[in-house]
Write a protein that binds this ligand. Structure first.
Ligand code: NAD
Ligand code: TYD
Length: 356
């Protein structure tokens, strides 16, 4: 079986659902269930014997050792992380703990387990570390996209903690020979994304009649990838990636934030029209994020050249699917936004959501 960490979060859960749909191989899903983890997302798998869910922390070495011994996974897919830049600005400690100490603890447990395998199983074992393009820092409008050779220059506590975890993974390959793979992906969007990130936040606020907060001048650029395409890239890297290598994953979809928000408003105007106005009227420019990276862009040619991977969705098809999913799954959104979520909205956006 495969061991997935963070499989109740946005990308991890999409990966688990896709995997169980497409493959007969069981999944051991280990997740701490922080505010970002939701078993509701995995409800369809409740009685699937090929899905084993364990609530655990990747910082808990004893539990990790026991799970490796009991389930003998052939691969680890490491998604678990604190993942939201704004939260890392308000409270970086949890990011250091989970992203750095947690990845270190998982690597140590994996190394101990892997060292005791026979030669054949050792050769086949993989530790796939899911990381982000944010480790490369910020680009100007004219800089070339990030390649696998771009030097690391993380700017937020989130990206710095992910960069540290990438370096640890790299070192476990070079020093101990652990068969690691690292992927650095651009911004994801799609079903089951927690409504603290731009796209689901804008959809939820638009439908709720609340302001649509755009940081700074709205001209920051992100390179968007539909989550299903990220999952297919990870499956490809797991199957065909060369141990010790890193692979950039991106969708060739660079967009300014304000253009993303406009497109979302236009899609909602069509699907869920308001009586006399456009959702665009709810757009509100708010104080910028401190240290806000200007532009991210991914050069994903290595993945295409060496492993033959390409995204299936364009930004237009992926975003339309995403808006439809949120419109059809308002109950999911309602369930995941707990009292904690409301506290976060007050902390990040101020009373009423606009006085940031
Ligand atoms: P998410 O915040 O939605 O989910 C993270 C999951 O990890 C949650 O289920 C949470 O409960 C779990 N978790 C957190 N701390 C844990 C711990 N100590 N032990 C066990 N489980 C823990 O994040 P996501 O957006 O699904 O991102 C998944 C991975 O992909 C992360 O490593 C992130 O850095 C990376 N990534 C995300 C994006 C993106 O756009 N969301 C882009 C590129 C890379
Ligand atoms: P986000 O979804 O938080 O992802 P990341 O910071 O990891 O790229 O934000 C995407 C972009 O949208 C980023 O440039 C910040 C911006 N943004 C807003 O303008 N308003 C918001 O309320 C949020 C959450 C993000």
């Amino acid at each position: 079986m495969i061991l997935v960490t963070g499989g109740a979060g946005f990308i991890g859960a999409n990966f688990v659902l896709d995997w169980l749909h497409a493959s007969g191989e069981p999944v051991l899903n280990l997740d701490k269930l922080t505010y970002a983890g939701n078993l509701r997302t995995l409800k369809s798998q409740e009685s699937n014997p090929r899905h084993v869910f364990v609530r655990a922390d990747i910082c808990d070495r004893a539990t990790l050792d026991a799970l490796f011994a009991q389930y003998n996974p052939r691969a680890v897919l490491h998604f678990a992380a604190e993942s939201h830049v704004d939260r890392s600005i308000h409270g970086p400690a949890e990011f250091v703990q989970t992203n750095i100490v947690g990845t270190f603890t998982l690597l140590e447990a994996a190394r101990a387990y892997w060292s005791a395998l026979d030669a054949e199983r050792q050769g086949a074992f993989r530790f796939l570390h899911v990381s982000t393009d944010e480790v490369f820092g910020s680009l100007s409008a004219t800089d070339p996209q990030f390649s696998e050779a771009t030097p690391y220059a993380p700017n937020s506590p989130y990206s710095a903690s992910k960069a540290a975890s990438d370096h640890l993974v790299r070192s476990y390959h070079h020093t101990y020979g652990l068969p690691t793979l690292t992927t650095n992906c651009s911004n994801n969007y799609g079903p089951y994304q927690f409504p603290e990130k731009l796209i689901p936040l804008v959809i939820a606020n638009a439908l709720g009649g609340r302001p649509l907060p755009v940081y700074g001048d709205g001209q920051n650029v992100r390179d968007w990838l539909y989550v299903g395409d990220h999952c297919s890239a990870i499956r490809e890297v797991l199957a065909l990636g060369v141990p010790g290598e890193t692979y950039n994953i991106g969708g060739w979809n660079e967009k300014k934030n304000i253009d993303v928000v406009h497109t979302l408003c236009d899609l909602l105007d069509k699907s869920r029209p308001k009586a006399a106005s456009s959702y665009r009227d709810q757009i509100t420019y708010v104080k910028d994020r401190p240290g806000h990276d200007r532009r991210y862009a991914i050069d994903a040619r290595k993945l295409e050249r060496e492993l033959g991977w390409k995204p299936a969705e364009t930004f237009e098809t992926g975003l339309a699917k995403t808006v439809d999913w949120y419109l059809d799954n308002q109950d999911w959104v309602g369930e995941v936004v707990s009292g904690d979520y409301r506290k976060w909205v007050e902390l990040n956006y101020g009373p009423g959501g606009t006085s940031r």
